[in-house]
Each structure stands twice: as C-alpha cells, then as structure tokens.
Design a protein around this ligand. Structure first.
Ligand code: FAD
Length: 457
C-alpha cells in the first residue's frame, strides 16, 4: 500500500531521497524552509557544482575523513557511476575534469537542481517551500496510556529505550506555524551548520537531540585559516601552486624548531602534511591544501591553535636549495637580497622572505657566507605561521560532526531507536575532502534512505 513519506529539507540529500522514495511508489512531500529547492547546490563548485568524483569506489573512501565504513552500503548501492547516469537521464549531461571531478557540461549548478526537480515533478512529488519544520511527531511503540507524543517529551529517557530495537515510531511532522502533517515515514535531511545563509542552520540536529539521538560535537571544516602573522595578510591575493605544509598543535612545537625536535625531545607528529596550492588572504590562508588541512585540525582539542610550517621549495632538498641560492648570489653579487632571491620567487614573496629572514633588504648577495645561505635556505623550507582559528561556519564548506552514525542502521539509514525515521546527508557525522565527495555522500545516503522505506506496512 502507498505510504506517505515526508522529506525534511530540499538540499542534495533530501531531493535525492525524495526521488528514490517516489520511484518506489510512495506519496512524497518535500518540506523546505527556503523559498526554493537546492539553494546550496546553486553555489557548489563556484556555481558549477562538482557533483561527484569519477575515481573508483575504494579511492572514494580514502577521501572520507570520518566514518567511511558507515557509508559502504550507501555508496556501493548508489555510486558515482549511478549518480552520473541519473543526471544524464534527467537532462543534465556531465563531464569529467582534472582530478576526476564531475561537473555539468553546461557548467551551471542550476542544471543539477533542475534535473532533480524535473524528476520529482514527473513522479508527482509535492515540493512545499516556505515550510520550516519544527518537530518530528512520534508515537510510543509500548504505550502506557500515552500516544502521539512530540519530540522532547522525555519519553526517550524511559529505561525501556535501553533494550534493542525501536521504542518510538514516526507519525508525522509539525511545522513552525503549528500545522501537523501525518506521515508513515520521515526522512530528515536538513544538512549541517555551514553556510547558514543557504538554510543549513542546524534545525535537524536540535530535532534529533530532542528525540534522544546522540550527536557528536560539530565544527566548521573545509574552511580557511586565520593566522596571527601580518606578513600572510600583506600577501593577500597571492597564490602559490607548488608548496608544502606541515601542521602541528601549537603547544607541541616551537617557532624555531621547524618541526624538528630539539635535542632530547621526541619529534612531534604533524596532524597534517601535504603538497599543493595555497592562497594568502586578508585574514590568513586559504586554497586547496588549507581547506583539506582544516579537516585534520581540531580546535576543540587544541584551542591555542596550530603551527604551520610552510616549505616554499619542497622540490629541492635543503642542500640543493643552498646550492641554488649560492649560484644565484654568485651570479649577481651586487644585488640587494630581495632582488638576489627574485629568480626563486614572485616579487612580493621575495620581499616577505627578506623581511622574515631578518637580514635586511640592504644586504648585498656578496655578503652571504655559506652559513648565512644555510640559514636563509632553512627559513625558506620552514616558514612558521601561527594558525589561531578558522573562518567559522559562515565560510565552511562542510560541517564536521553531527548525528552519531551509531544511531543509524547503515543498510537503510533508518534510526535504530525510531521506526520510520530515516536520516541522510551532511547532518550525519560523515564528511569528506573537496572534489565532489561530499555531494556523493548526500546522493548516496539520500538514495539509500528513500529506497529503504518498505512498500508494505
Ligand atoms: C560554498 C560551498 C561549495 C560547495 N561545493 C561543493 C562541491 O562542489 N562538491 C561537493 O561535493 N560538495 C560541495 N559542497 C558541500 C555540499 O554542498 C554539501 O555537503 C551538501 O550540499 C549537503 O547536502 P544536504 O542535503 O545534506 O544539506 P544541505 O544542502 O545543507 O540542505 C539542507 C536543506 O534543509 C533545509 N532545512 C534546514 N532546516 C529546515 C527545517 N527546519 N525545515 C525545512 N527545511 C529545512 C535547508 O534550507 C536546506 O535546503 C559545498 C558547500 C559549500 C557551502
């Protein structure tokens, strides 16, 4: 018999969940608080929407930072190939770019949302905008004189909830305006807390907590870093393609040791190290390696922050760099330091390196002895930067943490304690690197939730 399924949130996960539930033959209603569906999708991939990644599935899991195993059923059941097929079949042709990133051929994120909405309309799904959901209505499966309870009435604290299996079952939702809508199943897809301007303001996390579901601490992730160092801000707008970074908790390193331990002390282990592209900004650092690094920097654990060591010439060993500098200086002995190192760096960076070295911009190349060249090379390979924090949820691409995966059956996305409640997307404690992986998580978990709702009661 046809069931009524309510999907809360018309983001990537919610739209795909609705598509899968409708395809199974359910009557589906999508409730979205914004004025339109897929508001965040429009801004993904700088407006081009990097909708998935064409790497093989095993590699996909290496890009999932937290709880990759939880995603096995969801991702194998609806992988990147199926995602590409879905969009191709629904009028959004896709292409693969550098790094196996998949985009719409049109380069318009709006075509991704349009394909989903087209599919939902074809399957008679009601998409109700301006419909913020306040609560999920549940009923006690073991009533002792009560029924039709709302989240937050404390029934989940009942000792019976310690047994295996659900205590509650879903009965519908209550909108912010007080209106109740009955349903046989609810799929909660309200996203995390990042880019709150798109509607992701953590409502679903509050609803889940009121229902007694455990959540892990949340934090902004894939987010730029704020730094203490003025010289980083002075280089605003400069992008460096081939640099490497190593990041340590501030308390575990000193500025001078360059990540190397002083004698007698154990060498600290970096929380992150990588090679790639970095961007200086008016607040500190951004760019691909910094965004990815933010996934590994836990500011709750290390509130003092982190020390990042920047290697401006990672392709050269210390010895090779000394030899290169010596050659440049021998060729132009009369040049002042910024001009003498100019063949190695863009002009603004050459000025900054000079300043950081403390040798002074009036020093001529001829004045550099081998030991001073060693000192300069050592700095170029280990420039310390103090990272004080992140730019927060307003600039974070994703939210780390969320509803604990222990609360969810990974084969169906159903909440273990609440029959008929399914949860998908960024609201879960799963997150991944940039490259189309986070949207793939939303598509896969949404699809699994929507297709897991049984047709028979
Ligand atoms: C700037 C930016 C660029 C990104 N680019 C990419 C990219 O190119 N590739 C990639 O893979 N990932 C990208 N991401 C990440 C990706 O967009 C998210 O991981 C993904 O959209 C999460 O989907 P979701 O459906 O779980 O949540 P969301 O997209 O957050 O959707 C949640 C929806 O629920 C609605 N909602 C919330 N509360 C309520 C309520 N109480 N009642 C009703 N509705 C409610 C919200 O309005 C929203 O529409 C990007 C993120 C950002 C911020």
């Amino acid at each position: 018999m046809e069931k009524t399924v309510i999907v809360i949130g018309a983001g990537a996960a919610g739209l795909m969940a609705a598509a899968a539930a409708a395809e199974k033959g359910h009557r589906v209603i999508v409730l979205e608080k914004n004025e339109k569906a897929g508001k965040k999708i429009y801004i993904t991939g700088k407006g081009r929407c990097n909708l998935t990644n064409d790497c093989d599935t095993e590699e996909f899991f290496s890009h999932v930072v937290r709880n990759p195993k939880f995603l096995y059923s969801a991702v194998y059941g609806f992988d990147h190939g199926m995602v590409k097929d879905f969009f191709e079949k629904n009028g959004c042709a896709v292409k693969v770019e550098r790094g196996s990133r998949v985009f719409p051929v049109s380069d318009h994120a709006s075509d991704v949302t349009a394909a989903l909405v087209r599919f939902l309309k074809k399957h008679d799904v009601d998409i109700c905008c301006h419909s913020p959901v306040e609560d999920i209505l549940t009923e006690d499966l073991f009533p002792e004189g009560g029924s039709g309870t709302e989240a937050g009435d404390g029934k989940h604290n009942d000792p019976r909830s310690r047994k295996k299996g659900p205590d509650l079952c879903v009965r519908g939702v209550r909108l912010k305006n007080g209106k109740m809508i009955p349903a046989d199943a609810v799929i909660l897809c309200t996203g995390g807390l990042s880019y709150p301007s798109t509607g992701s303001t953590g409502d679903g996390l509050k609803i889940a907590r009121r229902l007694g579901l455990k959540t892990t601490p949340t934090a902004p992730s894939l987010v730029p870093f704020e730094t203490r160092d003025q010289w980083c801000r002075d280089l605003q707008g400069l992008a460096l393609k081939n640099v490497s970074v190593r990041i340590f908790p501030l308390e575990k390193t000193s500025e001078t040791e360059g990540g190397e331990a002083p004698q007698g002390r154990k060498k600290a282990k970096p929380v992150y190290e990588a090679f790639g592209e970095l961007l200086f900004t008016h607040f500190g650092l951004s760019g691909p390696i910094i965004l990815t690094a933010s996934c590994s920097c836990d500011f709750e654990k290390y509130p003092e922050g982190f020390r990042l060591f920047l290697d401006l010439k990672p392709a050269l060993s210390q010895q090779q760099l000394e030899e290169r500098i010596a050659r440049e200086f021998a060729a132009s002995p009369g040049k002042h330091l910024p001009a003498a190192i100019r063949p190695l760096f863009p002009a603004r960076l050459a000025e900054a390196v000079t300043e950081l070295s403390g040798f002074g911009s009036e020093q001529r190349a001829a004045a550099f002895s081998p030991s001073r060249i060693r000192e300069l090379a050592s700095l170029i390979k280990n420039i310390p930067v103090t990272v004080t924090g992140t730019r927060g949820y307003t600039e974070a691409i994703i939210t780390r943490g969320g509803i604990s995966v222990k609360e969810i059956n990974p084969s169906t996305m159903e909440a273990k304690k609440i029959a008929g409640l399914y949860i998908a997307g960024e609201i879960l404690d799963v997150d991944a690197h940039t490259g189309g992986f986070n949207l793939q998580i939303a598509w896969s978990t949404g699809h699994l939730a929507g297709s897991s709702i049984p047709v028979e009661s």
